[in-house]
Design a protein around this ligand. Structure first.
Ligand code: ADP
Ligand code: ZN
Ligand code: MG
Length: 487
């Protein structure tokens, strides 16, 4: 398939809207009590409801609704007091009911947005709607593509609760789509609506892509690239699709509305089927479920437990705590990390220094040990105590670097490690003066040069004293005392 070169692509504006499926972190399925646990033996987590047996009736999970609401609130959506489930009819071997229970004309959430930062500018991407639906099972094809002997159906996933998050066609590049999906994932994770674990398929993305000549107001015909399960593939699929569509149009052809699949091995999208229109699904209100009413009191109770979202938290880290944009970005990558940092900072009494220790030495130790921040053997308070020792001058930063790994291994407090290893900073003037005298006496040549006018040798003497004290001397004090001694 031909794709257009960069200078030809530049004549067109690309338009992107994303449809994102997120698996809610419930213990049980959306319409039955079967567990959602991952990796169970095939068809072991099933019952008549999620197998779609005739006569089995769905019962909506309250936890699923609650997590769906949390997810929608994380996207700044308005929650509808009354919404409806609808049947979306289509046949797949792994969808035993012959239809999906989704929401259609009355989704439970609308009018959301996410602010993304691309190339230093902030841009608001509107979220059209969020609706609830059940997931299908899985088909497993045995053998090679052309000689598959059997297809197995595993219904463990059938009935897993999902929310689908539909954006407006507000994005204009793969970078913006990447930033939007990043922000979406972070926000949904912050409110603990989903783990968004892409490797387990908890976050899946369809990208709708069209192009139009610059200046044209109406949108071009869109193509939907289905089931992108990594951030890298999202970017690659969109960029390929833009270049392909431009080549088709430049060659005098037309874009047809269709669904395509991205092949990560070749980096190319290929046609899957022409896109269904809404009427192909013969949507109608789900007769087995009552309309969903979300009362004010319940909504208020859920809202009260929604934490400060990453964007707001980043702003506060910069404006109130004085962190750089970059540090604020890194430290809000997950709620666990942001909480850890704030707790460290509170005890440490110096946000910038606390940030450096969380992102630097602690992060390195965790990475080495293959641990997440939540499982850190050094709690945020303990790290805060270590940083506080540096702030108060009781421990030099250099020695603190030796103390932290020992805390990490032993689980001891900073004070205990410092005590045990005798690492306390020496601030006793008498003791320091003795060391300085020894250093001066031991370096007559440098002393001579200093006396002859080479003032920069002050640094040399200070360094020697620090070395002699194994880094324990109070550096500021040593500096003053050396200057005074040498006159
Ligand atoms: P459909 O009815 O085909 O599902 P929708 O209007 O519901 O289409 O939009 C589905 C997704 O496609 C949304 O995320 C929307 O922003 C996006 N979209 C709609 N039109 C375009 C377009 N011309 N180019 C790119 N994306 C589009
Ligand atoms: Zn079931
Ligand atoms: Mg649609």
């Amino acid at each position: 398939m031909e794709i257009a070169p960069q200078e030809v692509i530049a004549k067109y504006e690309s338009v992107i809207g994303l449809e994102v499926h997120v698996q809610l972190a419930t213990r049980t399925k959306i319409f039955c009590g079967c567990p959602t646990s991952f990796g169970a033996a095939p068809n072991s987590n099933v019952c008549p409801v999620c197998c779609g047996l005739p006569g089995a009736l769905p019962v909506l999970s309250k936890q699923a609704v609650e997590l769906a609401i949390r997810g929608a609130l994380a996207l700044n959506c308005e929650i509808r007091p009354l919404s409806r489930f609808a049947r979306k009819n289509y046949f797949y071997p792994d969808s035993p009911k012959g239809y999906q229970i989704s929401q259609y004309d009355q989704p439970f959430a609308e009018w959301g947005f996410l602010d993304i930062a691309v190339n230093g500018a902030t841009k608001r991407i509107k979220v059209t709607r969020v609706h609830m639906e059940d997931d299908a099972g899985k088909s497993l094809h045995e053998g090679f593509r052309d000689s598959a002997k059997f297809t197995y159906v595993d219904l463990n996933r059938s009935g897993t609760p999902l929310i689908e998050i539909v954006s407006e066609p507000d994005m204009r590049s793969s970078d913006e789509a990447f930033a939007y999906l990043t922000e979406l994932k972070q926000n949904v994770q912050f409110v603990q609506a989903s783990t968004c674990d892409m490797e387990k398929g908890h976050l899946r993305c369809d990208a709708n892509v069209s192009v139009r000549p610059w200046g044209q107001t109406e949108l071009g015909t869109k193509v939907e690239v289905k089931n992108l399960n990594s951030f890298r593939f999202l970017r690659e699929a969109i960029d390929y699709e833009i270049a392909r569509q431009v080549a088709v149009i430049e060659g005098g052809g037309k874009i047809h509305q269709e669904s395509r699949l991205f092949n990560p091995d070749t980096g190319v999208t290929a046609s899957m089927r022409s896109k269904e229109d809404a009427h192909d699904y013969r949507y109608f209100p789900e007769p087995d479920l009552a309309p969903l009413r979300i009362g004010d009191a319940w909504l208020a109770a859920i809202k009260a437990t929604v934490p400060e979202l990453p964007g707001a938290r980043r702003l506060r880290f910069v404006s109130a705590l004085g962190l750089s944009e970059y540090d604020a970005q890194v430290l809000t990558a997950s709620r666990g990390l942001a909480d850890y940092f704030e707790a460290t900072s509170k005890v440490a009494g110096d946000a910038k220094l606390a940030a450096n220790w969380v992102m630097g030495d602690l992060a390195a130790l965790l990475k080495n040990a293959g641990l997440e921040i939540e499982a850190s053997p050094v709690s945020a308070e303990r790290l805060g105590e270590l940083v506080a020792l540096i702030v108060s001058g009781e421990l030099t930063g250099k020695l603190a670097k030796e103390v932290l790994p020992k805390m990490f291994e032993s689980g001891d407090t900073a004070a205990a490690v410092v005590e045990r290893e005798g690492l306390k900073t020496i601030s006793d003037t008498g003791e320091l003066e003795r060391m300085i005298d020894e250093v001066i006496a031991g370096n007559p040549k440098q002393l001579e040069q200093y006396r002859a006018g080479k003032a920069s040798l002050i640094g040399f003497f200070v360094g020697q004293v620090m070395k002699a004290s194994r880094g324990q001397a109070n550096p500021a004090l040593v500096n003053d005392l050396v200057k005074a001694k040498l006159g």
